[in-house]
Design a protein around this ligand. Structure first.
Ligand code: SAH
Length: 466
């Protein structure tokens, strides 16, 4: 795993002073997980590049690991991508090897450390959960130009498709400490690795390193969530502290932050209301065996599990990653067998006829249709209503009319960047009635969340029954 940082401000070899590493020597450092090497592939006065090479020792990693007692050592523990990719190990190495630079200090060139310089950082292999789009959403708002080259899963077998690995270059006029800080926080966010324990000191780290930029970053929620391994309460805690830490002299800004928090809370409670309404509808249908189609990270599955009336709960999603997270959060592996037997999670696409989805009494499709390309909706409709054909189908989607009520949502924008459309109540009802007609279901509509007299509720729900 290789990170290079290039400066082109003459005398460019001052980069050595900023990093506290002499450009004309090679340096090596022992770390708990392996070795770090720093060297300069080029050191001219108009261009100087520092390289940080990590040599992660996968065997040492497993030995040194404090896992739960009795945990078996699987092949995956030894054979994995960790030695070859940028991950939280890179962040640890940055803090250990470039600690002074990370904190913005320089003994010999203090003035240079506080200056913005044109800098370029290149990561040889960066796993990007969320793909290039998410990569850009992380770095571009911070003022970087991003270029990314995605690698194939297998060079010889192109038809296996792309991998989640990218070679990434970010360029920007930045203080070196800012560049290092952004990498320190955002590399593990992109990697989104699950093998890692997170506690309160990680919240402290995020709050410390996020100071001055994270509270106003448009992806702050996703960043906090992923950095803190999807532990929602920790992420909320971190964001609240960051926002509080940033309390500016100007009251105006302060009010804006408070409002952002309120906005987050509001959304959280809307989410809870949605789950509550869906569960009530499923219970009312009398179903015992239910599908959660497009289950994502498994929030509804988890809530369904708490309800004794459901004997079998099946979560389906096209995203492996989402299912992994769902499985982690549900703690499927530690679950007592009797509970475990009630749950199935599997990967599948709602665009295709799938025999595994037949024979269920009810299905929930919560906040999924708006992620589908409109021309492909027809395939979804047949897969669910013609082939899987559960007795009851519950579909929820945003009510576009309500968007005017979200003050921080510019007019004409969707609530989520991945939404392909958002429908008004009339549009959703017309679509749902068309389905009921064609596939011989009845349909009723239910408002979810606080209903506004003019624009209706934030979420709309259709209940189809055969
Ligand atoms: N129901 C969840 C997730 C909603 S996000 C919740 O309410 O929290 C939409 C989900 O639909 C994502 O997890 C996405 O991976 C999934 N999805 C998108 N297209 C899909 C398809 N064709 N087949 C199955 N799942 C799909």
């Amino acid at each position: 795993m290789l990170l290079t940082i290039t400066s082109t401000t003459a005398p460019a070899t001052d980069l050595g002073y900023l990093l506290h590493k002499n450009p004309f020597r090679a340096h090596a450092f022992g770390l708990t997980f392996g070795k770090a090497h720093v060297f300069y592939p080029e050191a001219e006065s108009d261009r100087c590049t520092a390289a940080l090479l990590l040599d992660v020792d996968p065997i040492g990693l497993v030995r040194g690991r404090k896992g739960p007692a009795g945990e078996g050592r699987t092949l995956e523990q030894y054979v994995n991508d960790r030695p070859y990719v940028a991950s939280s190990f890179l962040s640890v190495a940055i803090a250990e090897v470039f600690g002074t630079a990370l904190s913005g200090r320089s003994k010999e060139r203090p003035e240079l450390a506080s200056r913005e310089l044109p800098l370029k950082a290149r990561l040889s292999v960066l796993p990007c959960g969320g793909g290039e789009a998410f990569l850009r959403r992380l770095f571009e708002p911070l003022g970087y130009e991003v270029s990314a080259q995605q690698h194939a899963l297998d060079e010889k077998n192109g038809d296996w498709g792309p991998s989640r690995y990218f070679t990434v270059t970010i360029t920007g006029t930045k203080r070196l400490c800012d560049l290092l800080t952004h990498l320190y926080v955002l590399v593990p966010v992109l990697d989104d690795d699950k093998h890692y324990w997170v506690g309160d000191d990680e919240v402290d780290k995020l709050v410390r390193r996020g100071e001055g930029w994270l509270a106003t970053h448009p992806e702050r929620e996703a960043i906090a969530r992923r950095y803190l391994k999807h532990q929602r309460s920790l992420a909320r805690d971190a964001l609240e502290r960051l926002m509080a830490d940033e309390l500016p002299a100007a009251d105006e800004l302060q009010a804006a932050h408070a409002q952002e928090e309120a906005e987050i809370e509001k959304r959280i409670s809307l989410n809870e209301q949605r789950i509550g309404t869906v569960i009530a509808a499923l219970k009312q249908s009398g179903a015992k065996r239910v599908l959660d189609l497009g289950c994502g990270e498994g929030q509804l599955v988890r809530a369904l599990l708490k309800e004794k009336s459901f004997d079998e709960i099946v979560g389906v999603d096209v995203s492996h990653r989402a299912l992994e997270i769902a499985s982690d959060r549900l703690r499927l592996e530690q679950m007592p067998e009797k509970q475990r037997e009630r749950i199935k999670l599997f990967q599948g696409s709602l665009m295709y006829r799938d025999r595994r989805l037949t024979g269920y009494e009810a299905a929930a499709v919560v906040e999924v249709i708006e992620h589908l390309e409109p021309p492909r909706l027809a395939a979804f409709e047949r897969a669910v209503f013609e082939f899987a054909r559960p007795g009851t189908v519950i579909v929820t989607t945003p009510n576009a009319e309500y968007n005017v009520k979200f003050e921080n949502l510019p007019a004409g924008r969707f609530r989520h960047k991945d939404h392909r459309f958002e429908w008004s109540r009339a549009e959703f009802e017309a679509w749902a009635r068309g389905i009921a007609d064609r596939f011989k279901y009845s349909v009723r509509f239910v408002a979810v969340g606080p209903e506004d007299a003019a624009v209706g509720p934030p979420t709309q729900m259709a209940m189809f029954a055969r």
